[in-house]
Design a binder for this molecule. Structure first.
Ligand SMILES: NC(=O)c1ccc[n+]([C@@H]2O[C@H](COP(=O)([O-])OP(=O)(O)OC[C@H]3O[C@@H](n4cnc5c(N)ncnc54)[C@H](O)[C@@H]3O)[C@@H](O)[C@H]2O)c1
Length: 263
């Protein structure tokens, strides 16, 4: 059975622990880490013999490291996991687009090392078809993210650019590439990052962000034009029960991914 290290014991980390405890997936939880002592104690009451890591790189005896904390953790442990040939599943994928040095390191990894970095689909999906379409080349890839009107009311980008939010109909908040979107909207970047890494990269993948007063949940639409056809994938995600900023699907994508690689 593979041994897991889980860094970040919030919604996604807890969902992984629940899935292991209820035997939906078969892993041994070897080591855990969080900056919040209470989060660690909560896990320790359920898993008596789990090792608490002394620092972020204390995963020497694990086969797989899952990061479900914050983007800065991805950069801090990236070299160490690769040096040790440990499988690494980062959930804060936005780090690969926003952090210049990490972006370059990831782009320049050879195939042998890259196979240790495993990227779950997160809050979107369709990557099996997208990689098939990409075999004949992708002409355009657009991510259109719609969020409820109230999400943008105090948004820094909206205020700085004097964008007038229409209370009755949709308003385009941002149009640009994935790199610029990551800079301006750090909280919504994981989806754009995941899509851009799988398709045209952070400069060529387009992102459109809209405020939509008619919706209550986030909607991601992926639009692809290619030689083999035109495609539209739509994801209407519900927020997770404990962290309204995280789509429930993101945690489930990690569980289903862990199931695929468990043997
Ligand atoms: N790939 C995707 O599509 C996708 C979707 C949703 C969320 N995410 C990302 O996954 C991550 C986790 O999401 P979540 O909903 O579980 O968040 P959460 O806020 O519920 O939990 C995060 C946990 O990480 C801990 N933490 C914060 N900083 C830390 C640090 N420096 N070192 C160790 N632990 C630290 C917090 O104390 C908390 O317990 C976030 O970065 C989020 O943006 C990715």
């Amino acid at each position: 059975m593979k041994k897991l290290a889980i860094i970040g014991l919030g919604f996604i980390g807890q969902t992984v622990i629940d899935a292991i405890n209820s035997q939906k997936i078969g892993y041994q939880i070897q080591a855990i880490y969080d900056i919040d002592e209470k989060a660690i104690e909560k896990v320790q009451t359920r898993l008596k013999n789990v090792r608490v890591m002394r620092n972020l790189s204390d995963f020497y005896d694990c086969d797989v490291v899952i990061e479900c904390a914050v983007q800065s953790v991805v950069e801090k442990i990236f070299d160490k996991v690769l040096e040790n040939n440990i499988y690494f599943i980062p959930m804060s994928i936005g780090a690969f687009v926003t952090n210049e040095s990490l972006y370059l390191k990831y782009q320049n990894l050879n195939a042998e090392k890259k196979k240790f970095i495993l990227l779950p689909s997160g809050a979107i999906g369709g990557f099996d078809s997208i990689s098939a379409i990409a075999l004949e080349g992708l002409n355009t890839v657009v991510l259109e993210t719609r969020k409820p009107y109230h999400v943008f009311e105090k948004n820094a980008y909206v205020l700085k650019n004097n964008i007038h939010l229409n209370e009755n109909k949709e308003t385009i908040i941002f149009e640009g590439n994935a790199k610029e979107a990551a800079k301006q909207f750090p909280r919504s970047i994981n989806v754009a990052a995941r899509l851009s890494l799988a398709t045209l990269g952070r400069e060529e993948t387009r992102v459109r962000i809209l405020s939509d007063p008619t919706i209550k949940q986030n909607i991601h639409r992926i639009l692809i034009e290619s030689k083999v056809g035109s495609y539209e994938f739509v994801f209407k995600n519900k927020p997770s029960p404990t962290n309204p900023k995280t789509s429930w699907l993101a945690a489930l994508s990690l569980i289903s991914f862990l199931r695929k690689i468990q043997d």
